[in-house]
Design a protein around this ligand. Structure first.
Ligand SMILES: [Fe+2]
Ligand SMILES: [Fe+2]
Length: 283
């Protein structure tokens, strides 16, 4: 093991975190339909992403639970317990947003039901270690997005402050537990090729699924075939906040044999959040 790998694993083992039951006090009634910069593309993108979280996070929990018995390290066992708490609460909060999206005419809870069918299918037909490799891949995506949420003002400035608070809380917890699935995967004897194979397939399926759900939301709003929507999409991905170029290097790093999520040490982002927030109960 190289020094870099050893350092990343030490950081990962030393991270302490817990679940937080949030009380955002959402008053959705007065939330603008296009709550993200008054922009149809950006708002529907984040709405579509939010709809995929409830079942996505349950898939992660199932995968980790089904491999948990292979974890011998006590610190990692404790992290697994808190990981499960955090992901369960994330799913609950995103589901609340989905129920609100239903009232706006988006079939958000229907999307959740479709995702549930996919999750149950995967649970039945895909081996536990493969599901864990899928989870590691998606957790890398959430960790990259979380880092952008916490550092890139161009990404968050135009969001409605209430929804931004939810995404930032989720981003903090995704950062706190970004090494857990990876460490469980290694403890379970998961190998390199399985890990990168699932990253390649998840990249395609996740992007396709997200785009399909978003396209449906835009179509419902009669915004799908508008030039302004496509212009906004191009700007968002390539210019401001330029999501694709900003995460590209971190994405590619996942394909290295010696990759570990905590080689990108951003613990400093975790400091201060607790002191600034009292709208939660530690669990
Ligand atoms: Fe999450
Ligand atoms: Fe996560």
């Amino acid at each position: 093991m190289t020094d870099k790998q050893a350092t990343a694993r030490n950081v990962s083992a030393g991270i302490e975190f817990h679940g937080r039951k949030m009380d955002f006090g959402f008053e959705f009634e007065d939330l603008p339909r296009y709550w993200y910069g008054n922009d149809a593309f950006k708002s529907t993108l984040m709405n579509a992403l939010s709809c995929l979280f409830l079942e996505g996070e349950r898939l992660f929990i199932d995968a980790v639970r089904d491999n948990e018995h292979l974890v011998k390290d006590e610190r990692l066992q404790k992290q697994v317990k808190n990981f499960i708490k955090q992901e369960a609460i994330h799913g609950h909060e995103h589901h609340m947003l989905s129920e609100y999206l239903d009232t706006l005419g988006y079939p958000a809870t229907k999307v959740e039901a479709q995702e549930r069918a996919v999750r149950l299918f995967l649970k039945k037909h895909v081996p536990a270690k493969d599901r864990l490799a899928i989870t590691c891949a998606v957790e890398h995506f959430t960790a990259m997005l979380a880092h952008q949420m916490l550092t890139n003002n161009e990404l968050t400035d135009e969001m409605d402050p209430r929804i931004r608070e939810m995404w930032k809380w989720h981003a903090i917890e995704e950062t706190e537990h970004k090494g857990v699935c990876f460490d469980v995967y290694e403890a379970a004897g998961g190998g390199y090729w399985k890990r990168v194979f699932h990253m390649a397939t998840i990249t395609m399926t996740f992007v396709m699924r997200l785009s399909t759900v978003q396209a449906y939301f835009l179509w419902k709003d009669k915004q799908l075939f508008k030039w302004s929507t496509w212009k906004s999409a191009f700007r968002f991905y390539w210019k401001t906040p330029a999501l694709i170029p900003t995460i590209w290097k971190e994405y590619k790093d996942y394909y290295r044999r010696d990759f570990h999520p905590w080689e990108h040490d951003n613990r400093e982002l975790l400091e201060g959040w607790e002191a600034e927030h009292d709208n939660y109960k530690a669990v």
